[in-house]
Design a protein around this ligand. Structure first.
Ligand SMILES: C[S@@+](CC[C@H](N)C(=O)[O-])C[C@H]1O[C@@H](n2cnc3c(N)ncnc32)[C@H](O)[C@@H]1O
Length: 232
């Protein structure tokens, strides 16, 4: 398997980035290596869709997020939250955000970015977030699930973190041309459909404003609604 990082959703590796540990199967991807993200944190926001510094890009993500999250103020869990760019948009829309990321440097940036907002950030594993008995109206995950070792088990766990009537908002893709990496929408839908009451896939490839450029690979959001009873 290639260890070359894709142009998106991860930043280009700098010359000083460590190689991933050998012999870890799927986790031989640099993006599955915690040290990779610690190194990447300082420049992560330089990508247009990461830092959302361009008002047009920021506004495009804000509009999508508004349509994906509950309309009333809600408890949102942002897993693999990175520097907190989406968490900040959610907080600005009135939601109470809990962010979890394995990288302390990412979490430090997110805490700084959301200072003064109703938000909490925890260092921890997105696959098993350290949130105790707390339940959430929405679990938001952008560009993280594809790199986790067992997406099917992780999705079941995330479904269990939802309050009745909650939703999963999964922003994923399959990036690159020669050796694409990621998870196609059809594959993710097949994993989520048995758990959810309904799913909806939204194409994001054809909206260049989201990415700050034209893109040709597969990018999408999958929104999965759960019944107002106890989730599976
Ligand atoms: C491509 S970035 C996405 C960041 C953020 N979701 C966004 O869209 O801006 C991937 C993030 O997931 C985090 N991450 C990767 N594996 C993780 C894991 N097992 N548990 C928690 N965070 C993880 C990395 O530290 C990094 O911040």
């Amino acid at each position: 398997m290639s260890t070359e990082a894709p142009a998106d959703p991860v930043p280009q590796p700098s010359a000083g980035l460590p190689n991933p540990p050998a012999g870890q199967g799927e986790s031989a991807l640099p993006t599955a290596d915690a040290a990779y993200w610690e190194e990447a944190a300082a420049s992560f926001d330089d990508e247009p869709d990461h830092g959302l510094r361009d008002p047009a890009v920021r506004s495009a993500w804000a509009a999508r997020l508004r349509s994906w999250l509950p309309s009333a103020p809600a408890a949102v869990l942002d897993l693999g939250c990175g520097t907190g760019s989406l968490a900040l948009l959610a907080a600005e829309q009135g939601h109470r955000v809990t962010g979890v990321d394995r990288s302390p440097r990412m979490i430090a940036q997110a805490r700084g970015k959301l200072a003064g907002h109703d938000a909490a950030f925890l260092v921890g594993d997105a696959a098993e977030p350290p949130v105790g008995e707390q339940r959430f109206d929405a679990v938001l995950v952008r560009h993280v699930l594809w790199a986790l070792p067992d997406p099917s088990a992780v999705l079941r766990h995330w479904a269990g973190l939802l309050a009745p009537g909650g939703r999963l908002v999964l922003v994923e893709g399959r990036w690159g041309e020669a050796e694409p990496i990621g998870i196609p929408a059809g594959e993710l839908t097949a994993l989520v459909e048995p758990l959810a009451a309904h799913t909806h896939v939204e194409d994001l490839s054809h909206d260049p404003v989201l990415w700050g450029k034209e893109v040709t690979d597969e990018r999408y959001a999958l929104i999965a609604g759960f019944p107002p009873g106890i989730p599976t």
